[in-house]
Write a protein that binds this ligand. Sequence first.
Ligand code: HC1
Length: 568
Amino acid sequence: MANVTIDGIQVSVPDGSTILQAAQVAGVHVPTLCYHPDQAIKANCRICVCEVEGQRLLQAACSQPVYDGMVIKTHSPKVIEARKTILELILAHHPQDCLGCIRNQNCELQALAEEYAIRDNPFEQMVRGLPKDTSTPSIVRDPDKCVLCRRCISACSVTQTVNALGIENRGNHAMVVPSLGKDLIESPCVMCGQCIHACPVGAISEKEQIDEFLAAVADPDKIVVTQIAPAVRTAIGEEVGMATGEMPMEVFVAGLRQIGFDYVLHTNFTADLTIMEEGNELLKRLKEGGKLPMFTSCSPGWINFCETFYPDLLEHLSTCKSPQQMFGALVKTYWAQKMGIDPSKIYSVSIMPCTAKKFEASRPEMKDSGYRDVDLVLTTREVGRLFRMAGIDFKTLTPSKFDSWMGAYTGAAVIFGATGGVMEAALRTVYEVVTGKTLEDVNFTFARGMEGIKEAEIDLDGTKVKVAIGHGLANARKLMDQVRAGQSPYHFIEIMACPGGCIGGGGQPLTKTNAKRAERIDSIYVEDESLPIRKSHENPEVKILYEEFLHEPLGHKSHELLHTHYHP
Ligand code: HC1
């Protein structure tokens, strides 16, 4: 252990700790910018510099290890002057359009400028005037706003192993650019949006489509219908001043009606339906000798990753469309018929935790209903903005229920939002279908939690099925390399592109830490346990859908509307 003194406070910390870690133990705030708690140390912005007694040069707190007897000052006049100069230099190269910036009031640079009372900048403004990159349907890059912290590069290349972003040039000319220096759409970007969570400023953001939504609501010829993804409810409260998981579902539904939705339905309904189709597809492959292991296919960032990096393994993907797209195909066919509504008037809006869902909805093949199946995708953050714009007071709102025929859901659907949830939901149904017995304990706890790869062997009354779960694309890559090498022992693999699953999606309220992701996961399982029905095949509205419209899983109508193919 090392005994150090920070701003007069004595603490004892493990050998090898950094000044920043020691400061956290002492309860002393040291500002950071390039530092990210879940990434390797970069130490390139120098905002965290501190004064160490006996040393002439200031030391970066995020990278400098402490030693026994070290005396540190975190806010001496010399330190404050250095930090102010660093901030002034960054701001001299940064646009001053904070009022119109998507990160206004949620920007780490803006917060630091306030913390250090940066008022009149002595350095001349030298913004480069680079164009925004709006080439993808999901993500916008604004290179002028980049502060070169490299957190996006780390998220893209280490957490996700996608390597869509890199550094071009050196010194004053250094820039973060898509690989090969082209627009993002020409890079291997999978549109997962993990770079957005990493970015401290407004240099990378979702493609905001609030104005399209407002125009649809104002159009008297449009019937605006929404679906809500499983991971949204747990996090939406964070956008309106509530704790994680605190927003009750029926209050959320009431809020959505307030901002203009005519009907509120649920992606959870088609998550249950996905289990019916995907579970039966797995059983068919096991029985008839189809491609194994079978991979889940609901996470669009993962599909993009598979198409880009593993085109030779596409046949392993389940042919099921994602729940978002199953919903899109059914709302303008089955639901429109049931409600007696002209499908050409339906404007179908999904609320998703995911930026890649915007891309998925725009895929040319996603129009099996005869129309664009999903017209617009709003992220959780965009809906948070709409709630704030409408000035809704959630404490006084009268709770409201989902609309009929595609609004009922089970606990199995709720857990789709967390890593391992699709696997657990599938096992709850597959067990009962294969064994004909009631599954008394529905909790497959091996599937839960933030461990990168989880695996188990499930005994279905004598039939042994080996399964694995990976979340975050670096973990997906490990599982895929095993499959490519012919060494995968598994029959069924769940992959979610984002760390933690959809609760950590690129469209969720901005979070810096895996600890926050774990908190959202906990709230998902609390919701699962609170529901009276926790197995997808017991969803009463899904039963009606099969009786009246689809007739059987994997049948003709299902293939027409609910399944798809993939392309390299
Ligand atoms: Fe997901 Fe899915 S769980 S992919 O993570 O299968 O985004 O929430 O909506 O479609 O249901 C995301 C979440 C989501 C789909 C479902």
